[in-house]
Design a protein around this ligand. Structure first.
Ligand code: AMP
Ligand code: MG
Length: 390
């Protein structure tokens, strides 16, 4: 049995970097950027009014000003502002020569479309100066980020329309268990619906990788071997759930060995998820995840997700917030590191009602997970814990 920290290290050591490809920028959300992106222009490209108002000289703010031009956004000013003159200007329009101040329209009184009196003067000039946000050639986005909608706006603004990203790993998913039926069927007595398969498909998609569902393997070495062999041939990573515990029909470890996989660990000092198994065959990476859905979910979070991201060139760092416990929370045994689903209320952390690793509904109330270190059996009320966002 190894610690979860050691397991994490062993898993990430097996990661390699996938190749890159170009995609259209509007299709790049969720992908990992594979090069630095720099701007081909200055931003703003000219001194720009940040308000609707009147462009004038600050020296003239107490005088009646003559309106000599109207400048909508998109128009180049034709006149220079002289003493006691102004131009009516719209947000986003270029500031005319001679002006160093935009009086806000809300604080001005206009007469006959010709003259303006400024009633209130703001401290700010209300001008966004040329290149104050970005200089030409400046790196605006760094390699290794996961692309979000706000990054698409930056791509658009710098004209980066073909985005270099890492390829997405293909992840084969196999559920095991004679008791399983697919979700559209009503389980007979002694059957349960396959929830892990679909939970994993979704977890994989949420990481930006490509899931490939291989179906339910019977609890026989033959069927499990057939599905594992096919999955290994077609995918970069293979995830199985179930069949890794100590039962008489838990064939997964033996099948993985027969399929040429070298097992690196098959037991972690963690709960939920102790029997989590990991092995490799050349570049192929394979996890035997526990059958219980909460265990499978959490082990995916702790081990599989960081591996998928590392293959794509991203160092996955979950948001980790330190907060006080809202109640005292105890556990019976302390020989393993224990992860507990929690929610946050009024700045304090509370465990969700949790009946154990088959209780998938508990996760739907969880905003994060906390942990008991090995050797600790009590988290005191008010004690600071690390909440890892889910
Ligand atoms: P196992 O490790 O195969 O003994 O599975 C442990 C527990 O998880 C058993 O109660 C299984 O019925 C349950 N289980 C296994 N696979 C799935 C699955 N795909 N979806 C939901 N529950 C499962
Ligand atoms: Mg089973």
């Amino acid at each position: 049995m190894i610690t979860i920290e050691k397991a994490y290290q062993q898993v990430l050591e097996k990661a390699y970097l996938l190749e890159t490809e170009k995609v259209d920028f509007i299709d790049s959300v969720g992908r990992i950027l594979a090069e630095d992106v720099s701007s081909d222009i200055e931003m703003p490209p000219f001194d720009k009014s940040s308000m609707d108002g009147y462009a004038c000289r600050r020296a003239d703010i107490n005088n009646i000003l003559e309106i000599i031009e109207v400048i909508p956004a998109g128009k180049t000013p034709e006149k220079e502002i002289g003493p006691n003159q102004c131009a009516k200007i719209m947000t986003g329009a270029p500031v005319p020569k001679g002006a160093d101040f935009i009086a806000m329209v809300e604080f001005c009184e206009e007469t006959d479309n010709k003259f303006v009196k400024i009633l209130k003067v703001t401290q700010r000039n209300n001008i966004s100066y040329k290149a104050e946000d970005v200089k030409a050639g400046q790196v605006v986005l760094k390699k290794g980020i996961q692309i979000k909608p706000q990054h698409i706006a930056v791509f658009a603004s710098v004209g980066y329309t073909q985005v270099l990203v890492t390829k997405q790993p293909k992840i084969g998913i196999i559920s095991t268990g004679d008791e399983l039926v697919e979700p559209h069927l009503k389980p007979a007595i002694s059957q349960i619906r396959n929830s892990n398969g679909y939970q994993l498909i979704s977890q994989v998609k949420a990481c930006g990788a490509i899931p490939s569902y291989m179906g339910i393997a019977d609890d026989t070495p033959e069927d499990t071997f057939d599905k594992v062999s096919k999955a290994l041939a077609e995918n970069d990573i293979v995830l199985l759930t179930g069949g890794v515990s100590m039962g008489s029909f838990d064939f997964v470890p033996e099948v993985l060995k027969k399929a040429g996989i070298e097992i690196l660990f098959d037991s972690i000092a963690v709960t939920p998820g102790k029997p989590t198994t990991f092995g490799t065959a050349g570049k192929k990476l394979c996890f035997g995840l526990p059958g219980n859905p909460v265990s499978s979910f959490i082990q995916f979070e702790l081990l599989v997700k960081p591996l998928i991201y590392k293959l794509m060139g991203l160092v996955f760092q979950p948001l980790d917030i330190q907060m006080p416990m809202g109640i005292e929370y105890k556990r019976k045994k302390s020989d393993r590191k224990a992860y507990i689903p929690v929610f946050i209320e009024d700045g304090e952390v509370f465990p969700v009602e949790y009946h154990g690793s088959a209780h998938i509904h508990a996760l739907t109330f969880a905003q994060g997970i906390i942990y008991f270190p090995i050797g600790v059996d009590t988290l005191l009320k008010g004690e600071t814990v690390h909440v890892r966002q889910l």
